[in-house]
Design a binder for this molecule. Structure first.
Ligand SMILES: Nc1ncnc2c1ncn2[C@@H]1O[C@H](COP(=O)(O)OP(=O)(O)OP(=O)(O)O)[C@@H](O)[C@H]1O
Length: 328
């Protein structure tokens, strides 16, 4: 049968939009391969991630899972080997060096783990916040006003005239958030902002990020080892072996009596190629290695170890994969 023009037009009309077209941040099948002394390291292995405007998202994962590589790509410091990455209107794969500077100056802000990387040691907090504003050509009165407002919002207004050496690690990181927000970026990236802090101080810094998100509407992406982070964010995305593997989404529910409680729900992530990572505990518990049997049931998909006897047939649709069938 030949395909008619009408059928092609109909298909074009009904085709799904571009992956993540409404999202603020789109990572589509991102690959980053490093060559080091003749050895190839695949830091990102087809990572998909969407972040909506106004979200506060944490990215967690074991050491070496690819978190910092992802943040380097998103911040425009590094280019992926393959895939597609877009932040707002910026296609990060197709930026000129000039556009890259513009992107880093206007679209995004940063908070790094090392306080020394965030703040100039011989400037006061207020001067640290006004520095990026001066570079962007903002007038003196406006710079002073904005620095004061930001330091106040982040609860470190009392540190305005102190240099970093006269502040605690937590205070320095909250000032660093103010510096990152100075030019009103649409997205704030934070890489292990609590990595050098104790639990109580980490709490204040994570709350600072939440304040930036809630009160200023900035989209925040924070990369961290800190297992306590999920209490401070709406969504926690776990990366394993260079891919998004699971997500925890926190929702606030209102009971009948009007009181509120937070429910955290964990999801596995099914990527665009149909891959899903089974948690290690599940694989270990059922000795799932190599080949597995899959079966499409009416409302779910089942996974069995391949060595086990064939599962009893289910009354659902007859679409079984990896199942032995009698040849005629
Ligand atoms: N410049 C590089 N050259 C070679 N390999 C690299 C480079 N940067 C990272 N890698 C490798 O890529 C993988 C991912 O590293 P990445 O730093 O992104 O992980 P991470 O999750 O941020 O780890 P950590 O939490 O320890 O910072 C690791 O195996 C790492 O050794």
């Amino acid at each position: 049968m030949t395909t008619t023009l009408g059928a092609l037009e109909e298909r074009a009309r009904t085709r799904n939009g571009e992956f993540g077209e409404d999202a603020l941040i789109v990572c589509d099948s991102l690959v980053r391969i490093y060559q080091s002394e003749g050895i190839e390291v695949q830091a990102l292995q087809g990572l998909d991630l969407l972040v909506e405007r106004g979200e506060l998202v944490a990215i967690v994962g074991a050491s070496g899972s690819g978190k910092s590589t992802l943040l380097s790509v998103l911040s425009g410091l590094d280019a992926p080997t393959a895939g597609r990455v877009r932040v707002g209107p910026w296609d990060l794969m197709a930026m000129s060096p000039r556009q890259r500077v513009d992107y880093r100056r206007r679209m995004v802000g940063f908070v790094w783990q090392q306080t020394a990387r965030n703040l100039v040691p011989y400037l006061t907090s207020a001067e640290n916040v006004t520095l990026p504003l001066a570079l962007a050509g903002v007038g003196r009165a406006e710079r002073t006003r904005r620095a004061k407002d930001l330091l106040d919002v982040l609860g470190v207004g009392y540190c305005a005239d102190r240099r970093p050496g006269a502040m605690s690690g937590g205070e320095q990181q909250r000032v660093a958030i103010a510096v990152g927000l100075a030019n009103e970026p649409q997205v704030l990236f934070a890489d292990e902002p609590t990595g050098e802090l104790d639990t109580a101080t980490s709490h204040d810094v994570l709350e600072g990020l939440r304040t930036a998100n809630r009160e200023l509407g900035t989209t925040v992406v924070v990369v961290t080892h800190d297992s306590g982070v999920s209490e401070h964010v709406q969504r926690t995305v776990a990366i394993r072996d260079g891919r998004t593997s699971s997500e925890v989404v926190r929702r606030t529910h209102t009971r009948e009596d009007g009181s509120e409680h937070v429910v955290a729900e964990e999801f596995a992530v099914l990527d665009r190629a149909g891959r899903v990572q089974l948690p290690r505990e599940y694989r270990d518990a059922l000795a799932l290695v190599g080949r597995v049997r899959l079966a499409l049931e009416e409302s779910h998909v089942s996974v069995w170890p391949s060595g086990r006897p064939e599962p009893a047939p289910d009354p659902g649709p007859d679409t079984k994969h990896g199942r032995h069938r009698e040849q005629p």
